[in-house]
Design a protein around this ligand. Sequence first.
Ligand code: RB5
Length: 210
Amino acid sequence: MLLPIKSNPPDNPSIGHATSAPKNPYILHKFFASTIISGLLWFIAYYIITNKLISFWSNLRDWILKIAISNDHGGTKLKMSILEYLKDFNYDVINLGTDNNDSVDYPDYAYEVSKLLKDKVIDFGILICGSGIGISIAANRYSHVRAALCNDENSAELSRLHNNANTLVFGGRTIDHDMALKCINKFLNTKFEGGRHIKRLDKLSNPPLI
Ligand code: RB5
């Protein structure tokens, strides 16, 4: 059976549509005040939820991120303080030595990290020798390695943005400890920009034969 269609009730501020502002000035104030308060509450809720999600995601990412660190005798001191610093995060850190000041050959330590990068056991490597130069040269001989010797935060950031560097290199005798930690922070938290840089990285991996 068809039910009779009810017409809208006559104009009555207390029954009016939820979206239309009431005409009585007192009720009008109440209407705007409640709109502002509920807007504010929504904003606070949104702010809390998004911040929670962001910090949840970055914690999760820290748990997932695997890093290997290696050095020759010129980098032992800096490596020890980096290991201490990384303890405050959830990163999975593999220390590949050396852990003392006995003289060793930096190419052997560059190899250790490069091998783990190749096998995808780690996401990033950190290498240290006295100047950072020898160990960079050694690591960059492997075509899958993009090792960036950095002395400041800007270089560390650019090495990720433009070069998709997978290894951060320091000179244990040339960089100040605090600066090295800042560089690590920047490096691990910057994403590769992609785009125009991709074809350049392809050329790095496949240089023309000489
Ligand atoms: C070792 O004394 C030193 O030569 C090495 O750590 C590095 O600086 C080489 O580039």
